[in-house]
Design a protein around this ligand. Structure first.
Ligand code: PLP
Length: 387
């Protein structure tokens, strides 16, 4: 993380109120009062940026957005109640009936639902391209293509998509390049440096990092965020000031936390690679990862997630979870506590075998979100469960 960005993000809002507090106060208020009718008129006429109502903006929410934008190298941002509301806002603000966009099939489950079940109701079509083959993407571009939407590393398979190739394609065809940066966080990669116009986040995961609150954000080019703001100000997915206040504190420690999450993950992934109960193991910063070269080029660390395939398939996956003594079994990821998940029997159990294999969810796939416990305790629990 660059020297300038990290310090800026920590020092934002270190101005004080008359109470001289050092940590920023929580503005738990739904609206803001005016001194007189003229101030109120000018604010409503957009002649200044004064606060009006917390569905539009709020100082605690603004602090969170400014910090995240600083880390991503973005001009501006808007924070939302969840990652999904940020993603939906980024689609509905810029896509309309008759528009087309391009994405990859290995994306977050709820995003896949939005793309396949809801957007078609509004006449918005999407083509899924092969994440691992950027040369094939251009064939999907149509005259009505408006956006390129990507997620890297992908969920849960941790494939890496080439951001530089994607940025070039988006520029060539004048597409809005929109990246879900939840898995890597701005500490691991900054898509704007590869040409992204918008970056969406679920702040619920690594950004909070302690499994407490839901939150999301869109950051990016000022003129695009203005449109996101106008859409959200009317539709109302605003982030709660309390959650924003929690998430702002979290951003101050994101750099040190991600450093430890990823060094723990690298150590454990290295130790498990080649284990006799495992067919393969994937971690972006292991040379055995199929897109290792791309990961090294665009990421500053390998992140806190790795995944592997158990030899025994579905039954072995369930048994592995039952054998764990310390790791948590929960649907979340990005926590101080290490989490194990088995997509085939849980999050993706409703899909058919073919649907699962089309998004690379094999029967024995285990995803580990590495926490901040001592790395040897995490490894020990996984090793005894593999036995
Ligand atoms: C969790 C997640 C989301 C959705 O975020 P919520 O805060 O749960 O709404 C979107 N994208 C990715 C990659 C995620 O992991």
């Amino acid at each position: 993380m660059s020297r300038q960005r990290i310090t800026k993000a920590i020092r934002i809002r270190s101005d004080r109120t008359q109470d001289r507090e050092h940590s920023s106060p929580l503005y738990l208020t739904s609206s803001f009062a005016f001194d007189d009718a003229e101030q109120m008129r000018a604010t409503f006429a957009d002649e200044n940026d004064d606060y009006i109502y917390s569905r539009f903006s709020n100082p605690s929410v603004q602090e969170f957005t400014d910090r995240l934008a600083a880390l991503e190298g973005a001009e501006d941002g808007f924070a939302t109640a969840s990652g999904m509301s940020a993603i939906v806002a980024s689609f509905l603000t810029f896509l309309k009936k008759g528009d087309h966009f391009i994405s990859c099939n290995a994306i977050f489950g709820s995003t896949h639902t939005i793309i396949t079940k809801y957007l078609p109701k509004y006449g918005i079509e999407c083509t899924y391209v092969d994440a691992a083959n950027p040369g094939s993407w251009e064939a999907a571009v149509r005259p009505n293509t408006k956006m390129l939407y990507l997620e890297t590393p992908t969920n849960p398979g941790l494939d890496i998509i080439d951001l530089e190739a994607a940025g070039k394609l988006a520029k060539k065809h004048n597409l809005i390049f929109n990246v879900d940066n939840c898995f890597a966080t701005p500490i691991g990669q900054t898509p704007i440096d590869f040409g992204a116009d918008l970056v969406v986040h679920s702040a619920t995961k690594w950004i909070d990092g302690q499994g407490r609150v839901l939150g999301g954000a869109v950051v990016g080019k000022k003129e695009l965020i203005k449109e996101i703001y106008l859409f959200c100000r009317s539709t109302g997915p605003a982030l709660s000031p309390f959650n924003a206040w929690v998430l702002s504190r979290s951003l101050e420690t994101l750099d040190v936390r991600m450093e430890r999450h990823s060094s723990n993950a690298l150590h454990i992934a290295q130790a498990l690679e080649g284990h006799p109960a495992i067919t393969w193991l994937k971690y972006p910063f292991l040379p055995s990862h199929p897109q290792y070269e791309i990961a090294k080029r665009q990421m500053k660390n390998g992140g806190g997630l790795f995944c592997f395939e158990l030899k025994g398939g579905l039954a072995a996956g369930k048994k592995f979870l039952d054998n764990l003594k310390m790791l948590s079994l929960t649907a979340n990821l990005g926590d101080t506590r290490t989490i194990a998940s088995h997509p085939a029997s849980t999050t993706h159990a409703k899909l058919t075998e073919e649907e699962r294999s089309s998004v690379n969810i094999t029967p024995g796939l285990i995803r580990i979100s590495v926490g901040l416990e001592h790395r040897d305790d995490i490894l020990e629990d996984i090793l005894q469960a593999l036995k």
